[in-house]
Design a protein around this ligand. Sequence first.
Ligand code: AR6
Length: 173
Amino acid sequence: MTAIALLQGDITKIEADAIVNAANSSLLGGGGVDGAIHRAGGSKILEECRMIRARQGKCATGEAVITTAGNLPAKYVIHTVGPVFQKENQVKLEALLANCYHNSLSLAVENQCKTIAFPNISTGIYRFPKLAAAQVAIATVQAFITKSTTLEKVIFVCFDEENHTIYHQLLKE
Ligand code: AR6
């Protein structure tokens, strides 16, 4: 059985096999959690992102790629690109956000990861409503772990109090 855990804090400090980055399609870094991961992980991560860019071009929304975690305590960073929120397309964007979680989990399993930590993808600079994003994240992870047997733990790492409260409530239900 795969456990789901909830933490509040900085994902760069987490000792999981993989931590997930809320990247953008350039894969070349940015602000928010992306900036924090590249700053703490060092230049190795960016080097590998550049190689992936050279090989496959930009990363589409909902897709994921994997690199080393450089100087971080994690083994890998899985970079996924969340959707930018727009009210008129919420249903379609929720499906893309679900793809982020699903594709990240698949990549983790393909790379023999037993533990994976997620930030609250798209809920910062990309402005996704936090409750809707949390519902998508939890539902997608729960659906995945009922089918996959190799993952031991999925950790939701909330940076802000608001997300942490939302996840705490939803996971209790
Ligand atoms: N650890 C865990 N979560 C964090 C951390 C951290 N160190 N720092 C921020 N968060 P965001 P997005 C939370 O903006 O909305 C970047 O420029 C934050 O509180 O990082 O998917 C990329 O390059 C929020 O809940 O990502 C893209 O251009 C969550 O991480 C764009 O931002 C996501 O916020 C992606 O926007």
